[in-house]
Design a protein around this ligand. Sequence first.
Ligand code: AGP
Length: 608
Amino acid sequence: MCGIVAYIGPKDATPFLLEGLARLEYRGYDSAGVAVAGRTGGIKVRKVKGRVADLAAAVPARFKGSTGIGHTRWATHGVPSDANAHPHLDNAERIAVVHNGIIENADELRAKLAADGAVFRSETDTEVLGHLIAAHAAEGVELEEAVRAALGKVVGTYGIAVLDAEQPDRIVVARNGSPIVLGIGEKEMFVASDVSALVRYTRQVVHLEDGELATVRADGFRTFTEDARTTHRQPSTVDWEIDSYDTGGYEHFLLKEIHEQPGSVERTLGGRLDERFATAHLGGLNLDARELREIRRVKILGCGSAYYAGEMGAQLIEELARIPAHSEPASEFRYRNPVIEADTLYIAVSQSGETYDTLAAVQEVKRKGGRVLGVVNTVGSAIARECDGGIYLHAGPEISVASTKAFTSTVVAFALIALHFGRIHDLSPADGRRIVSALKALPDQIREVLAQSDAIAELAAEYAHSEGMMFIGRVRGYPVAREGAQKLKEISYVHAEAYPASELKHGPLALISPELPTVALVPDDELLDKNLTTLGEIKARSGRVLAVAHRRPEAKLADHCILVPKSEPELDPLLLNIPLQLLAYHAAVALGRDVDKPRNLAKSVTVE
Ligand code: AGP
């Protein structure tokens, strides 16, 4: 949510700032801005409502400086506008600030600063930071001291980068709840809120901790705490490939990421299957078999698609390990004073590892003495670091706002967890082998589904213009229906409802009409007959049905059918979900939507 970049070094900062912002645009894209200082003295700023391309068009050739900061915004305080875009300046135009997060006491600070003569030019909470830092930046005060003093008065979350016209040989950055990464170059330094902006320039990075600041100069950096104690941080190496940040010949990142799933699933499984004992090796859980046997319940926490992946995970854990498991939106859990039990294992799910609601839920569990594992894609992210152990997905960076490959890898990770827990409890070796072979077969089976992309595009073009769509599934199929509806809503803006197929006749059947088609998940499992009966009930009310099935239902029960390969029943949801990703993608394309950057959304929701 919002992106930050900064540069200091011998080159002109502007090209890096603009390119870095374009790479971070998936995090927020309603306005963008840059500020540079250096060669000619003073700070130059350009900021516009709109996309980074609009900003690039507005930046003149003479806009140069050896030190610079930039920002792409997802509005929280104030509408998207030129004035509300970052960077924000103090009245003397000495200090420029870009900020991710929320300053909770902004109104109070604004009133005090205004009383002292500050003139505010935006509706943002960020602008108070510029004035506040300027108020502490008296003659002879180092910029890091001014920033530290200002942040001492701030309540809220932030990742910030600060530029000072009078000290252009440095940038000061700080992190509290919103990521800041330093990139180490050859006699130059980079800063970003996300490594995706840095990988083209350097693989050596330092992730700041919450409560940490850094003074960044062309020849290095110094990190320290809010109470001025120096910290010592070793750089780590980013191992994600540079081409993960390009569309690689696909029309959109989303289509590329959908097609990457055979490989991302292989990476999630990589080295974790144990054929000899028909189980999974998950060293990162930091729990031995004895500790695992004491777990009586599993509670999974995540938001949006991560929550739906958690629902599939809960189903897997209950079926394979026979441990009661339940998934709950982290955004609800954290506000309801949850009961934390010693024999419950909490599992936080997040692609980005930054989602604020999920992080806050983890912190609530830990504060009350609970044990939390993370199922996270982004290595070293805030949620990963907060957890007691966990599994990294290794799905690779996910750029498109809608989650696809990370979703699938999350469910695969849960299958591994369920297998591991199951084999410690009562899952037989034969059942363990059944799951191990089914997991190994997944990448090729996903390829079979992806090969139907063109046929699914034709169906999507036909259904995309409906007034809405119903998604139904029974038991294992219900989370698939929820995720399918979410994907369609998110990127095509077509209204979609997900219901358990069993619930249809208890209310939503009243909605069924030719204008509201139903996507029905019809796996060939013990509930097949029940699902076919439901299709009959829909067809009897003139509803249109698009079945996603292992076997084509009779023509009188479904207007169209997408066939998917059969896995083991517990893993079928993984494959049933893939055509729904393609359906949503092609529907969004058919409707001319901005597939990778859907309106009103951002990739990482790092605010409450
Ligand atoms: C998924 O398509 C959505 N963009 C959204 O629901 C997302 O899954 C949710 O915000 C959680 O994100 P996270 O996995 O990064 O925590």
